[in-house]
Design a protein around this ligand. Structure first.
Ligand code: ZN
Length: 271
């Protein structure tokens, strides 16, 4: 488009005698530089921001005190600066049971409680939810993580490790994938447990996935096997919780989680 009125090329550039006009001429440049920097910053903050920007939104919110955000730059709704943690089987049944009476439920609840403590220290609001909590219906949050543990029966020596899965029909697969990747990566690093390379239908079609709000990315984690991973689950529950909390923070803060982690092969293929 033509801009003949405002275009006065070269003339006043020679001498800055008209310093006021010179200043005005600088303004478009300043704005342009600002736009370029803003664009670079947005791009640098992480991939998938535009379509999967929950992590970015979280950052904007967390930095509110330091950075004046422009109206509309954050689309977080009031009350949504929270995450949901489902303590698997709570309010319903005890889950897997060991011969000596140790229950999956007791592990899940302890882990959920530690995760909550850990995240609250990071200024994140946490809702601890029951397995079939009424609040799951339309649940809105930055993420939802359901905590479970695997069987206490001895299967074979490969029945060790953890699993993380998200919904198959998630409307924002990039968010769910990143949450899954972050959790797998941080959980493996912190607990030393291997990723068990089998995901069952029970996990991908987990009931809560269909109940919560479409915009809430959700995963289910099997923190380990009650049999072979019992020592970690019962005696280092803090590490288990830290692995989950750090995985969530990795997602919320758009941290890098592309590092390779060791994988435990499945004892048998799962249909
Ligand atoms: Zn379970």
């Amino acid at each position: 488009m033509q801009n003949t009125d405002t275009e006065r090329p070269q003339k006043t550039i020679q001498r800055p005698q008209n310093s006021i006009w010179a200043s005005f001429r600088i303004i478009p440049t300043v704005i342009l530089v600002a736009i370029v920097i803003a664009t670079m910053f947005t791009a640098w903050t992480g991939p998938g921001i535009i379509s999967g920007g929950l992590g970015n939104q979280y950052e904007v919110v967390s930095m509110e005190d330091q950075i004046e955000t422009t109206p509309g730059s954050s689309s977080i709704e009031a009350g949504s600066h929270r995450v949901g943690i489902v303590a698997g089987h709570s309010g319903n049944d005890s889950g897997a049971i060991c011969p000596d009476g140790l229950t999956e439920l007791s592990i899940n609840q302890k882990v959920a409680s530690f995760v909550q403590q850990y995240l609250v220290e990071q200024k994140i609001q946490v809702d601890i939810l029951k397995e079939f909590d009424d609040r799951l219906s339309g649940y809105k949050g930055l993420a939802l993580i359901s905590i479970h543990a695997d069987s206490c029966e001895y299967i074979n020596n490969e029945a060790t490790g953890f699993k993380v899965a998200s919904a198959l029909n998630n409307p924002h697969p990039e968010r769910a994938n990143r949450l899954t990747t972050c959790l797998r990566n941080r959980y493996a690093q912190i607990t030393g447990l291997k990723l068990h390379n089998s995901i069952t239908n029970d996990m991908t079609s987990y009931h809560a996935f269909d109940e919560i709000d479409n915009e809430t990315p959700a995963v289910i984690i099997e923190v380990g096997f009650l049999n072979l991973d019992r020592q970690l689950l019962t005696q280092h529950t803090d590490l288990v919780a830290k692995g989950i909390a750090e995985g969530l923070l990795c997602y919320l803060n758009n941290e890098d989680a592309t590092m390779q982690i060791p994988t435990q092969m499945a004892p048998q293929s799962t249909p």
